[in-house]
Ligand binder design. Structure first.
Ligand SMILES: NC(=O)c1ccc[n+]([C@@H]2O[C@H](COP(=O)([O-])OP(=O)(O)OC[C@H]3O[C@@H](n4cnc5c(N)ncnc54)[C@H](OP(=O)(O)O)[C@@H]3O)[C@@H](O)[C@H]2O)c1
Length: 328
C-alpha cells in the first residue's frame, strides 16, 4: 500500500510517499481502508519532534517510534481480527488513533476496536476525518473543564482554527453566549457558526474592553495569563487548550496558584480521545447543531504541502488528506 512515511524528525521535507506492507488486524483490531485523514497540530509536533515533550509522548526520543502520522481517520472496515464484535467489513467508521500510534496517512490502518465509531449518516468521509480530535477537545474543554452552563458568556480565543470552529459551535449548542476572537477575515464565518460577538484581535483587546466572561477557552495565540484572568467574571473559568509554550507553562505552573488566590479558576486541558464523547459529537453532527469547517483538502501525495499550510497556523478550520476520495 502507499503511505506517507517519516523516519527522522524534521520539516515536511522528511515526509516520503512510499510503498509499504499493508497492516493485518491482530486480535481485537479493525483494519480500515482509509478514505480521509484530518491533520492536527499534534501531527505537526510529532513530525518536528518539537517541543521535546512531543517525543516523550510518542515514545521516540531520537527518531519517531511510529513512522506513519495521521490520527483522525475516516474510512471503511476492510477486515477484523478475532474477538471483534461491533464492526464488520463494509461499515463506515471514524476515530482518533492518537493514543494507539496513529497511522492514518496510508491506504490502510489497523487499530483496536475501541477507538472506532460508526461514521454519522449524511456526512462525507472528508468531513468525518475533520472531526474527532478537534471536536472532542472543544467538547472536553467547554463541558468538562469549563463546566459550561446555558446562558453563560463564553469567549473563544483562536475561534477560526481547527479546535476553535468546533468550540464556537459546541458552546452555542450548549446554550452559551459566544464571543469569538479571530482575525477580521474570519469574522463572518465565526458569526455563521454561532458567535453573537466577534473580536478582531488585531484591532481590539478583549482583556481591556470592559467585558467579562464566565468561561474563556484559549485554543491558540499568545496572551499572558493575567489578561485572561482580568477578563474573567467572578467565579469564571479559563481553560488553556493550546498556544505557545509560555502560554502552556504559565497555565500549568501558575494556574493552581492563581486559582487558589480566587477571582477565577485557571485550568489546563489534556484532551483524551474517547468513544462516548465522539458519539456525543456525532449526535451534534447528525442533528445539524455543528458542522466541520474544512479549509483545504490535499491528495495523499501532497501531504508535505498540507503540513506546510498547517504550520502557518491560520488555517480556517481543518486541513484534510484525501486518501481514497469519496465514491472511489
Ligand atoms: N490540550 C489539548 O489536549 C489539545 C488538543 C488539540 C489541540 N490542542 C492545541 O490547540 C491549539 C489549536 O489547535 P488548532 O488545531 O485549532 O490549531 P490551528 O487550526 O492551527 O489554529 C489556527 C487558529 O489560531 C489563530 N491564531 C493564530 N495565530 C494567532 C495569534 N497570534 N493571535 C490570535 N489567534 C491566532 C488563527 O486565527 P486567524 O487565522 O483568524 O488569525 C486560527 O483561528 C494548538 O496549540 C494545539 O496543539 C490542544
Amino acid at each position: 500500500m502507499q503511505a506517507i512515511v517519516y523516519t527522522q524528525y524534521g520539516s515536511p521535507d522528511v515526509l516520503q510517499l512510499r510503498e509499504v506492507a499493508a497492516p493485518q488486524p491482530a486480535d481485537g483490531e479493525v483494519l480500515v481502508k482509509v478514505h480521509a485523514t484530518g491533520l492536527n497540530a499534534a501531527d505537526r509536533y510529532a513530525l518536528s519532534g518539537q517541543p521535546i515533550i512531543a517525543r516523550l509522548i510518542t515514545g521516540g526520543l531520537r527518531r519517531p517510534k511510529h513512522t506513519i502520522l495521521g490520527a483522525d481517520v475516516a474510512g471503511v472496515v476492510a477486515g477484523v481480527g478475532r474477538g471483534v464484535t461491533q464492526f464488520q467489513p463494509g461499515n463506515a467508521v471514524y476515530g482518533d488513533l492518537s493514543g494507539v500510534g496513529s497511522g492514518g496517512l496510508a491506504e490502510y490502518v489497523c487499530a483496536p476496536e475501541g477507538v472506532w465509531a460508526r461514521k454519522p449518516e449524511g456526512i462525507s468521509f472528508e468531513q468525518a476525518a475533520a472531526v474527532p480530535m478537534a471536536a472532542v477537545t472543544a467538547l472536553q474543554g467547554l463541558r468538562d473543564k469549563g463546566q459550561l452552563r446555558a446562558g453563560q458568556r463564553v469567549l473563544i480565543y483562536g475561534a477560526s482554527g481547527g479546535v476553535g470552529t468546533f468550540a464556537v459551535q459546541i458552546a452555542a449548542a450548549l446554550g452559551g453566549e459566544v464571543t469569538a476572537v479571530c482575525s477580521a477575515r474570519n469574522a463572518d464565518m465565526a458569526r455563521a457558526l454561532g458567535a453573537t460577538h466577534v473580536i478582531d484581535y488585531a484591532r481590539e483587546d478583549f482583556a481591556r474592553n470592559g467585558q467579562r466572561y464566565d468561561l474563556i477557552l484559549a485554543a491558540n495565540g499568545y496572551r499572558p495569563i493575567g489578561d485572561y484572568r482580568r477578563a474573567l467574571a467572578p467565579g469564571g473559568v479559563y481553560v488553556m487548550v493550546g498556544g505557545t509554550m509560555s502560554q502552556i507553562f504559565q497555565a500549568l505552573l501558575l494556574g493552581p496558584l492563581l486559582s487558589a488566590r480566587g477571582g477565577g479558576q485557571i485550568a489546563s486541558l489534556t484532551a483524551r480521545p474517547n468513544r462516548t464523547d465522539l458519539a456525543y459529537v456525532g449526535e451534534l453532527l447528525q442533528t445539524g447543531k455543528i458542522r466541520p469547517v474544512i479549509d483545504r483538502c490535499y491528495p495523499l501525495s501532497e501531504t508535505p504541502e498540507a503540513f506546510r499550510y498547517l504550520e502557518w497556523e491560520h488555517a480556517r478550520g481543518k486541513v484534510v488528506i484525501n486518501v481514497y476520495p469519496s465514491g472511489s
